[in-house]
Design a protein around this ligand. Sequence first.
Ligand code: SF4
Ligand code: SF4
Length: 262
Amino acid sequence: MILAWINDIYEGVASTLAGMRLTWRFFWENVRRRGGATAVTRLYPEQPAEVVGERVRGHLVNDAARCIVCHACDKACPVDCFVMDLERTADNKPRASRFDIDLAKCIYCGLCVRACPTGSLSMTPAFEVEPRHQGQPFLFRRNSAQLQLRLAEPDMQRLRQLSQLPRAELSAEDRAWLDSVTDPAGEHLIGIFGLGYYTPEQKAAVEAERARKKAEAAAKAAAAKAAKEAAASPPAAASAAAPAAQASSPQPAAPAPPPPAS
Ligand code: SF4
Ligand code: SF4
């Protein structure tokens, strides 16, 4: 009985020391900054957290030029973060006229990035609540209700421009305006990624240009078809004319019958 009790104590102490051995090893590696590891607790945000792991899953960003609005990311997302609309360019190529990611819902699982077939969607190392400190090209503090809000292109441009500025450089007017178009009340981390939206005029212009190109292509195709038919028609006409010519030409006289035998 006493031996079993002593054995339990021994095993408890031994397993604690074994676990602590790993903890101490990582602790000293971090203190000595081996392998780039700096997992020592920082007084963030008073101290900058400038070093993050290579595989960190930070904020999402979409390269609009490569996005084909296939909705693969949308389908992969377990919490329905995406709101997107498809438009066609004048060249009839798909592009996003709207691409919003509700970062208040995002759990940073990265499934959308894996699903993206064009590689347009990626996760940046950025993780700060206030990206304007870092000059990140996207804004935050927009809640789900505001995802329904559509901004005119000049406002979008202003929003993008202000998002590039450090907070200290924002004027009182800029801040007031940002609060009016984003979310002054909430602490939501909700992003608009600045793809912008077509204004009705831009949309109409793109549609008109697309229709013009379509009509031009159709006219070209019709002309090519007519030319092809014209090129194919002479032999057909000649073959049709041949029997008629044959019928109108004088037939050779039939040989005279032999004289009757006397
Ligand atoms: S990272 Fe965010 S947006 Fe992407 S699938 Fe996960 S929850 Fe959805
Ligand atoms: S999966 Fe990629 S290409 Fe498709 S809509 Fe999402 S971001 Fe765009």
